[in-house]
Design a binder for this molecule. Structure first.
Ligand code: IVH
Length: 696
């Protein structure tokens, strides 16, 4: 390859029309050549970033000289460039998120919950370590024998992207740990940019006629996820360490100890930090850090509280996707005032009609916002928000922006109250509101295109089938063109391969990649499959419980079929699943009673292999695979800890006693469940007997 030419281009504003025309023509030729090299020859000559720069420059010229824009310019093609990929990395220890607190009360409840779970006596102090929550991108750094061997982004928590080459360019990350590193050490933390560095970067981007970033977080993300590490090297990224992933030997006894070790090894850790042991001190830390925010060099979006003792952390464990031992207390949301032009109605995958505010675009805390949710009919009426009103909107973290209130005092014209439609705007079916429900729902089912498309989007989304390259926009266009009408069509996409290659901006390689991504998902774990179906009220956690309970798809279908009879043992057994109440049970049974849903499942079964539920790493013990019911007051541990422990041993926890129950563990003052167990002849264990079995 010829050596890279260092040509400094003049800013677009300094070009005259002739120069601009010549450069635009040259750029178009060049971009088309790279498109062919990439899409058809599978032999790209330049990095993604260099390619992006060419397109950006052409776009800038065409914007500045609209008379030069041509119809066949590469800038007119949408989606011409499928993202070239990073390799995938499976996290040995999942990267979790944090549950959020929004008020002092939430934090106090967190501390109470922890104390209760651990059964701490009132006079025993519980130490909590507090530190800022950094608004960046989480990253896991793997050291083997003290040498940085791999860096990965969080991704979906189970699988992230390999950004090793890029991370090696970050100066505040030690490449080698000189003394005392365990054989395997994963340091988790946040890649971020200071506000000053962000501003300087944007200044130089502007001078170079290059992309400017909306906020430091976006700048950090954009800089880390560059396919060309030379670009990352030129960006002022930094790193804070705050947690561990896999470690071959314990390195500390407390969270504070982890911070100390990380500091000794050359990592930066978030400051300010504090060890706190009363609710007053805990809430004061939040307020003080919020106040000090302007003096801190980087953006924080709140503070994180972590139980300091690592043995307590181990006992507390995790719930769904976040640890029980930590909580993030976010700072108050950023607000701004703007005009609400119009209220539109969005139809979700379960048919819910959601009012959406179309706004005069406005910058709220560094992000441009042009739409915000109005939640539901009642909210809209209660807040009396009308089209044409001035409104206050707010956004907090990654939450969807919302309309807080309207400003009736600024109402110039007599804006009319909004009348909520009683027909679905997408398919015209009746939209009804059942008693006790806040949502108005379209009754069109799969006849309603919005529901069908939203269900397909959900099906392919990250937490469900996670089909890379099959994003919302592509699903929408495949739906419009009738290429994909039902989930199983995704797995029959191959028959359109030849047509797809002819699509604007597509080529051999992108079609090949998409089909390969689909192929990879032809085998899917049961819990993901259940979640992907989009059953009302069945999120990831409930899907997991259902998968755990039924074990296989065939068993689930057979059992749920029997649930049509609400008096059946099968329905009883569904209700026994921990966390499944009557309303969730109804939604599950109703879903599988509808012929069109069963057709979807059957169709999918023809295309896929749904793997039986594999229990997460559990220790084998005599209770593995058994169904256990806890009742009465336990003495040695809280009910919650007992359940968590049983689950980690692979036992199924049920909420009520039936003939499917293997053991009833009875604490003090156990009542009706004990009677039922006796009537059904089920083995009853004392707490002590249970503990003995669990330890075997
Ligand atoms: S501790 C098991 N500490 O916030 C998870 N996380 O919203 C332990 N974050 O995914 C995380 N600052 O990426 C922790 N001081 C801090 C943090 C922090 C930012 C991120 C982290 C997490 C996300 C959750």
């Amino acid at each position: 390859m010829p050596p890279k030419k260092e040509t400094k281009l003049p800013p677009v504003a300094e070009l005259n029309v002739l120069e601009a025309a010549a450069e635009a023509a040259q750029l178009r030729k060049e971009i088309k050549r790279h498109d062919i090299l990439y899409h058809q020859k599978d032999a790209p000559e330049i990095s993604d970033a260099a390619y992006d720069a060419l397109r950006k420059r052409l776009e800038n010229i065409e914007n500045a000289f609209p008379e030069l824009a041509t119809k066949d310019s590469p800038t007119q093609k949408v989606g011409a460039k499928p993202a070239r990929e990073f390799a995938k990395v499976r996290h040995t220890v999942p990267m979790l998120s944090l549950s959020n607190a929004f008020s002092e009360e939430d934090v106090t409840n967190f501390v109470d919950r922890v104390r209760k779970f651990l059964r701490l006596p009132d006079d025993e102090k519980l130490e909590v370590l507090a530190e800022p929550k950094i608004d960046g991108l989480s990253c896991s750094l793997r050291y083997e024998n003290g040498v940085l061997v791999q860096a990965a982004t969080r991704g979906d928590g189970e699988e992230g992207e390999d950004v090793t080459a890029n991370v090696k360019t970050i100066k505040s990350i030690p490449y080698k740990i000189l003394k005392g590193a365990p054989e395997i050490l994963e340091v988790r933390g946040e890649v971020y940019m200071t506000r000053a560095d962000f501003e300087n970067l944007n200044k130089s981007q502007t001078e170079k006629d290059d992309k400017v970033f909306a906020n430091p977080r976006n700048a950090a993300a954009g800089s880390l996820r560059q396919l060309d590490p030379n670009i990352t090297a030129g960006r002022p990224l930094r790193f804070f360490g705050y947690a561990l992933g896999e470690v071959s030997i314990p390195i500390a006894k407390t969270q504070e100890g982890i911070r100390k070790k990380l500091t000794q090894w050359g990592f930066d850790v978030p400051e300010p930090e504090a060890l706190l042991d009363t609710p007053e001190k805990i809430t004061a830390f939040h307020a003080k850090t919020y106040e000090d925010r302007p003096t801190i060099a980087y953006d924080l979006d709140g503070v994180v509280y972590k139980v300091n003792d690592l043995e307590y952390q181990r006992r507390l464990g995790f719930i769904s996707r976040s640890p029980r031992w930590a909580i993030a207390y976010k700072f108050p949301a950023e607000q701004a005032e703007t005009i609400l032009h119009k209220i539109t109605i969005q139809v979700g995958r379960t048919g819910t009609l959601t009012p959406v505010a179309e706004l005069e675009p406005i910058n709220v805390g560094g992000v441009m916002v042009s739409r915000a949710t109005l939640h539901n009919e009642d909210e809209l009426q209660r807040k009396d928000i009308r089209e044409g009103d001035y409104v206050i909107i707010q956004r907090a973290g990654d939450v969807i922006p919302q309309v807080v209130k309207s400003l009736p005092e600024k109402r110039k014209r007599n804006n009319k109250p909004f009348v909520f439609p009683d027909r679905c705007p997408e398919c015209g079916s009746h939209a009804v509101r059942e008693e006790g429900e806040v949502a108005r729902r379209c009754t069109g089912g799969l006849v309603c295109p919005a529901q069908a498309v939203e269900r397909l989007k959900h099906f392919a989304s990250r937490s469900a089938f996670d089909i890379e390259g099959l994003g919302d926009k592509i699903i929408q266009s495949f739906w419009d063109e009738k290429i994909i009408q039902t989930p199983a069509d995704i797995f029959r996409l191959e028959k359109y391969a030849a047509d797809l290659k002819e699509r604007e901006g597509w080529g051999d390689l992108s079609v090949k990649n998409l089909l390969a991504a689909i192929e990879r998902r032809r085998t899917i774990p049961l819990d993901r499959f259940i979640y992907a179906l989009g059953i009302r009220q069945v999120g990831q956690a409930t899907a997991k419980k259902l998968a755990q309970h039924y074990g296989s798809l065939e068993n689930l279908l057979a059992q749920i079929k029997q649930c049509k009879d609400r008096e059946s043992d099968a329905f009883q057994s569904l209700l026994e699943i921990d966390d499944v109440g009557p309303s969730v049970a109804e939604d599950v049974v109703n879903f599988f009673s509808e012929a069109h849903n069963l057709r979807v499942v059957k169709d999918l079964q023809g295309e896929l292999t749904v793997e039986d539920y594999v229990r997460p790493q559990t220790r084998e013990s005599p209770v593995t695979g058994k169904t256990v019911v806890f009742t009465g007051k336990l003495v040695t541990m809280s009910r919650e800890e007992a359940k968590a422990q049983a689950e980690s041993l692979g036992a199924k926890i049920a909420g009520s006693v039936s003939k499917n129950t293997d053991y009833v563990v009875a604490g003090e003052d156990a009542g009706s469940k004990l009677k039922k167990a006796a009537a059904l002849g089920i083995k009853v264990l004392s707490e002590e007997e249970w503990q003995k079995m669990a330890k075997l």
